[in-house]
Each structure stands twice: as C-alpha cells, then as structure tokens.
Design a protein around this ligand. Structure first.
Ligand code: FES
Ligand code: FES
Length: 152
C-alpha cells in the first residue's frame, strides 16, 4: 500500500506494508541514515525521531501511524530553535565518543528543551533515561543540555 510521509518538510510516497517500522522507511526507503538502529524494542533510544514534535521510538512505530504527521529526523533538527541550541552545545562540550547513540540523544534533548526551557537535573534525568550510551557520555550530555538551556 502507498503511504504519504512528511519527513523534514519533504513529502515522500512509499509503497510498503503498513506495519513496517518507520525507522526502516526513513533509512532504507528515504535514505536518511542519521537515525540509528540499536535494540529494535524501544529500549535504547538510538532510533528517536520527532512525530508532530513528540520524541518517538521509530523502531516500533508502524509507518501507517506516521501518515499525515510532521516527522523530523536528526538531519533537520538543527532547523528548529531548540535543536540548533542543542547541537551547538553538543559541539561546545564535545559530548560525542563513538557517536552511535548521539542522534537519539540530541533528538530527546531537543524535545525536552522545546517543552521545558529550563529543565532541572531530575527533569533531564527523567527524559534522557531512555537513551542508552554505552560509551558513558551521560555527564557531558547533562552539561550540554544545561548549556543549551542557558543559551536561550
Ligand atoms: S532501536 Fe529503537 S529504541 Fe532501540
Ligand atoms: S557515544 Fe558511543 S554509544 Fe553513546
């Protein structure tokens, strides 16, 4: 069946089964490979994208449920006000190690700041707890989120 998706402001028509996870449409059909596959069971956060501004685990979101919604991936998060601040802070603090989890981390952080401009430590910990980093960049992630919040 054909589905119309709006990804980063661009319309894409894909002819796939409706229960295929959005992650694979983004990566394989559309070719945006910044969104990563980690666990496939909504446990690691590597596949996080925004759907109508809400962070979602695209590895478990059927493509049929994303039709007619605004999907934003890491490739376009820098065009949002909060996303631009988060990406700058990530570079200033030099958060990244291997980098694999970082697309998802940035997507979650940008969604946090878009809804909570001055998050407390516990707010950051609660939102970011679903994004796993096996390199252990958590202290720098928290510092970068605070720096991004102060940059308003
Ligand atoms: S790949 Fe989606 S949460 Fe891990
Ligand atoms: S930077 Fe390597 S897994 Fe997070």
């Amino acid at each position: 069946m054909s589905y119309d998706l709006l990804v980063n402001g661009v319309k894409h028509s894909v002819d796939v089964d409706g229960d295929i996870p959005l992650l694979w449409i983004i990566r394989d059909s559309i070719g945006l490979t910044g969104t990563k596959f980690g666990c496939g069971i909504a446990m690691c956060g590597a596949c996080t994208v925004h759907v109508d501004g809400v962070p979602m685990r695209s590895c478990v979101l059927p493509v049929a449920e994303a039709v007619s919604k605004q999907i934003t991936t890491i490739e376009a998060i820098g065009k949002t006000e909060a996303g631009a601040r988060v990406q700058k802070a990530w570079l200033d603090i030099d958060v990244v190690q291997c980098g694999y989890c970082q697309s998802g981390q940035i997507m979650s952080a940008a969604a946090l700041l878009a809804t909570n401009p001055s998050p407390a430590d516990e707010d950051i910990d609660a939102v970011m707890a679903g994004n796993i980093c096996r390199c252990g960049t958590y202290p720098r992630i928290r510092a970068a989120i605070k720096l991004a919040a102060e940059a308003r």
